[in-house]
Every structure is written in structure tokens, then in C-alpha cells.
Design a protein around this ligand. Structure first.
Ligand SMILES: [Zn+2]
Length: 345
């Protein structure tokens, strides 16, 4: 089958290749084989290609955690699914048997893995997936939107709505506007009835955030001390929730913008992990720091239901063929995108 692969870990993008001779995955009795129509790029794909000690991938590796397509074949123990059905699913892979899985906390599984990270991904004609991860796509839903909202939808729902517990009338500050998780968080915040403030890196992204529904946007290229601006705007109370997946470069400012009993939420750190944390603020303002990664099946179903019903519309920057994978990755890493870079397989 055709697929994007990389043959070795590297910071360089020239290790990617599009090839025709990757063996089609062999499914087990509890798996389905999905004919992929669309995948999409995530920051995770860049980290995985670079690699880290202990990752131990089988190389060559196929990237891609997002997927929407149709069932091509089902394993012998799979019931309730058949070839031809349009499907997506939770890219969080889990054993189904450990203590966490039995509690329904599949995102904490002892054998936690992610499609496209620890296992071959979806930038390929076919993807193998355990049937317990499947979610059916209703008639008439655009499969591009489903792929665009997949990993980021599950992640943002878990982080903002479940672990972060965002409530109506709270004020949430989202640091960064162009990435998929943050764009989903803007829409979720408005849906739940919160005030949504955004820190954008330039005027173009600030305008885009307003179009997505943000109530107030700060362009940090014009206002480097955005924490002080937030403090003033909130009548010197600070915000209730900050979503900060930028990490090292912004956590100090985020905690200064956060009010008493506020929650700092994170699912990643694109600028690095060694943030300076003002400990005095954390105890004096009685703040909480809450991290999460991916989500369980309930999170996935909740996130997809909002996409299927049109209550959330994933933002697509552009659609690329498999051959355009490297150019799409370059655009993402340069930060020149607003929305998801979708791959049409
Ligand atoms: Zn488990």
C-alpha cells in the first residue's frame, strides 16, 4: 500500500518518503482494517520523527494520529461493524483489561499508546485499529472535518471540560491561537458559556481568533507584557482558567494572569518543558496546575458528537495529497498555518 514513512529519527524532514510497497496491516481477531480517506498533522508527528530515548519504534514508521475512512475488513471476533461503514475512532490505544481501563480511564492505561506514535499511523491507504476504538460517522458528515477534529478534539475535551472543569461565566485565557487544540478550546469555551480570551502571536492570528468566537484577543507582538494586560482587563482579579500548551516561554506569564483558585491547564509544551514557575503565586493565590494527554472513549464520543452535530467546526488550513506531506509539515513548523493541515490519502 502507499504510505508516508520515515526510516530513521532525525530533526530533518528529508527522512520522509512516500512509498508504494508498505505491507498492508494484518488485522487480529479484535481489529478492523480501515481504508483511510483523510488524516491530518499534529505537533506530535514532529516529536515522534525526532524521537526520544525509550521510544523504540519499529522503523520505517508511518506517521498520522488522525483518521476518517471506511471499514475495509473486520476481524473474526468483531461484532456490530461491517465493511463499508464510515468510521473514525479514538487514537488513544488501550489494553481494555488493566485497572485504569476497567475504571473507564482508558487514557491512563498501563499499556497506553497512540496511533501514529507507538503504532503505525494513518498517513497510509490502510490503518489497523482495535474495534473497541471505533466511532461511526453519521451520513452527510464531511470526513475532512472528522479527521481535522480527531486527536485535538479528544484532547481538548478531556483537558478543558473534564479535567479542567470549565463552567459557564468563567473566564478562560487561551495562550496561542493557531494550533488545533487551542482552536477547539476557543469553540468549546464559547459553547459552554464561558468568556474566551486569547493571546495571539500576530495580528492575522488575532483576527482569526475573533472570527472563531473569542471575546477578546491580545496581539502579543504589540503587547509583550500580556499578563499585565489580562490582569487589568480582569479588574485585577485574573482569569479562572488558562490553557497553556506553549510551555517554557509562557508559563510564568500564564500563572501571573491566573487569579485565585485558578487552574492552569496543559496538554503539551511546544517551546520546551523547563518553565519558570512562580511558586509563591501557586500557594498565595491557591492555584492548581492540571495536565492531561489524549482521552478515554467517553471523551472521544463527546468530542465527535459536537463535530457530527455541527456545534464545533474544526478549522482546516489546507488539504494536501500524501506527496505534499513534507511541505505541509514545513508550513506547520513555521507557524504559517491557522487550522489543521489535512492529508487526503
Ligand atoms: Zn489498560
Amino acid at each position: 500500500m502507499r504510505a508516508v514513512v520515515f526510516r530513521e529519527h532525525s530533526p530533518d524532514l528529508d527522512v520522509y518518503d512516500v512509498v508504494d510497497d508498505v505491507p498492508t496491516p494484518e488485522i487480529g481477531p479484535d481489529d478492523v482494517l480501515i481504508k483511510v480517506h483523510y488524516s491530518a498533522l499534529n505537533r506530535l508527528d514532529d516529536w515522534v520523527r525526532r524521537g526520544w530515548p525509550g521510544l523504540n519504534l519499529r522503523l520505517p514508521h508511518i506517521p498520522g494520529s488522525d483518521f476518517a475512512g471506511e471499514i475495509a475488513a473486520v476481524g473474526e471476533r468483531v461484532h456490530g461493524w461491517e465493511a463499508g461503514q464510515l468510521v473514525t475512532g479514538n487514537p488513544t490505544l488501550f489494553c481494555g483489561q488493566c485497572l485504569y481501563c476497567l475504571q473507564g480511564n482508558q487514557h491512563l492505561c498501563d499499556d497506553f499508546r497512540i496511533v501514529g506514535e507507538h503504532e503505525p499511523g494513518a498517513c497510509a491507504e490502510y490503518l489497523k485499529l482495535p474495534a473497541r476504538n471505533l466511532i461511526a460517522i453519521p451520513e452527510g458528515v464531511d470526513l475532512k472535518l472528522v479527521a481535522a477534529g480527531n486527536l485535538v478534539g479528544v484532547t481538548a475535551w478531556r483537558n478543558l471540560m473534564v479535567d479542567g472543569g470549565l463552567r459557564p461565566n468563567e473566564t478562560v485565557l487561551i495562550v496561542g491561537a493557531g494550533g488545533g487544540v487551542n482552536m477547539t478550546a476557543i469553540q468549546l469555551g464559547k459553547l459552554v458559556g464561558a468568556r474566551v480570551w486569547v493571546v495571539a502571536s500576530n495580528a492575522w492570528k488575532a483576527q482569526k481568533a475573533l472570527e472563531l468566537g473569542a471575546d477578546w484577543v491580545i496581539d502579543r507582538s504589540q503587547e509583550p507584557n500580556w499578563a499585565r494586560a489580562v490582569w487589568k482587563k480582569s479588574n485585577r482579579r485574573g482569569v479562572d482558567v488558562v490553557v497553556d500548551n506553549v510551555g517554557q516561554a509562557t508559563w510564568g506569564s500564564s500563572l501571573r494572569a491566573l487569579g485565585k483558585h485558578g487552574r492552569l491547564l496543559t496538554v503539551g509544551g511546544t517551546t520546551g518543558y523547563r518553565a519558570e514557575v512562580p511558586v509563591n503565586l501557586i500557594f498565595a493565590r491557591q492555584q492548581r496546575i492540571i495536565g492531561s494527554t489524549m482521552g478515554n472513549m467517553e471523551d472521544a464520543r463527546n468530542a465527535f458528537e459536537l463535530i457530527f452535530s455541527g456545534k464545533i467546526t474544526p478549522v482546516i488550513d489546507s488539504v494536501w495529497p500524501l506527496e505534499g506531506y513534507v511541505d505541509a509539515m514545513k508550513k506547520m513548523l513555521a507557524g504559517e498555518h491557522f487550522g489543521k493541515l489535512v492529508i487526503a490519502v
